[in-house]
Design a binder for this molecule. Sequence first.
Ligand SMILES: Cc1cc2nc3c(=O)[nH]c(=O)nc-3n(C[C@H](O)[C@H](O)[C@H](O)COP(=O)(O)OP(=O)(O)OC[C@H]3O[C@@H](n4cnc5c(N)ncnc54)[C@H](O)[C@@H]3O)c2cc1C
Length: 397
Amino acid sequence: MKLDLDPEYEAFRADVVEILSTNAHLAPGPEDKGYKNPKRIAWQKLLIRNGLAARTIPKEYGGYGAEPDILKARIIAAEFARTRIQGPMSGQGIAMLVPTLLELGTEEQKQAYIRPTIEGEMIWCQGYSEPGAGSDLAALRTAAVEDGDHYVINGSKIWTSTAKQADMIFCLVRTDPTAKKHEGITYITFPMTTPGIEIRPLVDMTGTANFNEVFFTDVRVPKSGVIYAPNKGWQVANATLTHERGMLGDPNATKARFLELVTLMKSESVNGQRLIDNPMLRDRLIKLQSEVYAMQANGLRIMTSRLKSESPGLAGLIVKLNGCDLNHEIARLAIDALGELGILYEEGEHLRSEGSWQWRYMYDLGLIIGGGTAQIQKNIIAERGLGMPREPKLAKA
Ligand SMILES: Cc1cc2nc3c(=O)[nH]c(=O)nc-3n(C[C@H](O)[C@H](O)[C@H](O)COP(=O)(O)OP(=O)(O)OC[C@H]3O[C@@H](n4cnc5c(N)ncnc54)[C@H](O)[C@@H]3O)c2cc1C
């Protein structure tokens, strides 16, 4: 594998550095929180105009319209991580729905949804999980019954992140109860303001209601919201899940967190000794650093496969498990290194990094479950990546 960059790419890196340093003062800071924050939206639009966000999304859908070039994408991500300037927006709409629409949506759907989503003006939530249908997602029961050019939806979803803030949902519904369980599912989009939708927030262990229960009672939605085709939703759902797992295990995001941890351990001291000079903590930090580098190398492996138009295979399958575990370990070291300050959770003069490490420690544990649990990821790696036998099915009682 060739690791040094050609001059064309070094010149590209210089351009990225120039754009970021010229505009850094416009970047949102930690105080610019929340969805649809005007400063965050303005920054996202600036990044798109300059080819640093939505880079390969066609211009007619509001993107920058560049040819796919994985090396350039890596350079951009690496510069955001290095400079720690706020990077492009992500989330379920941008990282999961938009690539699915590009692959499988109609022209009308692409025109309607991609631009407002990538610009941060349209927020989406993912209606997959139900009570009794999480790891076994195809067991979902929320029913959609045809009524002319509409479906009428009844049922409920659970663990729906950002349902409260979302304008739209991409949702899995059962449209053919007589078909085999993977074959009667439809992937449909509709506004969260549709009458008959009730949202009940669920507080998770961060103390915040990051996800929700969503109930549907006679919710009438147009059939034009179906992505790809009725009863072909399982295929669409899996396309979205692949993008979700890539987003959750992004090696550049992990590297940025690792660098934040290094900064923390250099700036905080106990009894006059910097945390980074404590041999036990430094030992753990170095071990994590080697894992971060391994993840970056795995990212290069994936990139090399894609440049050759080959499937990344096992390298792609390990990303979610590896990335989510590593993010949690990084937060764990931050908490341990902060000692008694690491267990503070309320506002106060001793709180460090506004309590973000404590928050991440809890939230990242959830992400080991969300998007497919660690156990399910291990099954996938074993069966699809290593060719091991399928896990035995439980005998029916
Ligand atoms: C932070 C967070 C955000 C989420 N956001 C969303 C969202 O926006 N939209 C959405 O639809 N869902 C969301 N989810 C739900 C998530 O996808 C499910 O929690 C996940 O798929 C697991 O399903 P479950 O909770 O029903 O657990 P179950 O499937 O009941 O699993 C329970 C336990 O059994 C294990 N298990 C199950 N089957 C197997 C097996 N075959 N082999 C080995 N072990 C097994 C699991 O690993 C787990 O430990 C979110 C979850 C979290 C934690």
